[in-house]
Design a protein around this ligand. Sequence first.
Ligand code: DSN
Length: 426
Amino acid sequence: MKRDSQVFEIIEKERQRQMSGIELIASENFVSDEVMEAMGSVMTNKYAEGYPGKRYYGGCQFVDETEQLAIDRLKELFGAVWVNVQPHSGAQANMAVFLTLLKPGDKFMGLDLSHGGHLSHGSKVNSSGMLYSPIAYEVDEETGMVDYDKMEEIALIEKPKLLLAGASAYSRDWDYKRMRAIADKIGAFLMADIAHPAGLIAVGLLNDPLKYCHVVTSTTHKTLRGPRGGIIMMGEDFENPFGKTTMKGVVRKMSSLFDSGVFPGIQGGPLEHIIAAKAVAFGEALQKEYKDYMKQVKKNANIMANAFIDKGYHVISDGTDNHLMLIDLRTKFPEITGRKVENRLVLADITVNKNMVPFDNRSPFQASGLRIGTPAITTRGMKEDHMPVIVDFIDQIISDIDNDELIIKVKEQVNAMMSEFPMFAG
Ligand code: DSN
């Protein structure tokens, strides 16, 4: 059969781009060949509305098996008592939880988008901000850390029905225990969105939200290194909002509500090829090599943050506990926007994303910050020694931002360096 050269030539260019550049977008990663193989498999042809053993279509016996494997492996990975592996994305996992726990107009409280929060945590342009009444908490201007005292003060006044931990640009661990205490004072649900640090949590390198949160959502494609998608989980510790007397009863009741929130609440047919790939990725994450990988991600991020600090950059909160860091360019280069740096670095095959920093005076389209993460380069095999070299490339370009010749020179060095870290078997 003739290949669609129009499409496959573009895909090949993207493959080359991924191979030859330094990928520092904190939310990206490179999946294994087996994860990719499952995504491109015949499982994509199957409709399977419903859940394993309870489908609305015939012929689901094999997708039932892969979905059940994904469920069992995910439960083992996080020590969860119940999970749903069908959300198409992290934003949809969040949407399904809100649909289950909130009524339109209800108040919920999440981290402000410009302080590191996420669109689906109450932004006015997202359904979470349109259908519900979001209230924001912030980080402290001085420390760059979530201000739990202020959070409590606002929560006691506003009494949101749900309190949400989690961020897309926050480099510090979360105090879920403290947040649970705040939620309990006002009878609110506590939810965590661990889309970013999920992999670090899975292997015990960060605090465990499942011990304190009523419900936890995540993506599967960032630190977890699986296919693009979402998940919902429940841990053991669960208060009794439905008047049941046993924990088991509460979990059963809530899990069936969350299941209905996903399907038929917000989704139709599950993506069974993606779910099969999630099963593969969760299987990989249960191996010892994955824990070693996550330790290296964290080590690399820490060394990289310190290398930026040594060069005079302001890293928000003065460092990182996880896989990412947020750099406020205003301290060293007040005139240069995040947007300009992002665009110039791309020309040298270094990919980062511009990001607003807390108390930013620029718009999200310009932004004063850069968000940088180490999951993807660590998958490529990069270690401690490479981090200062990468920081040096970035610093050279920012320090002489309009120098085209310098960019060509750095790009050659970037490409030469990355050729030593091959990936993709086929
Ligand atoms: N786009 C993701 C990120 O970059 O963090 C969040 O949805």
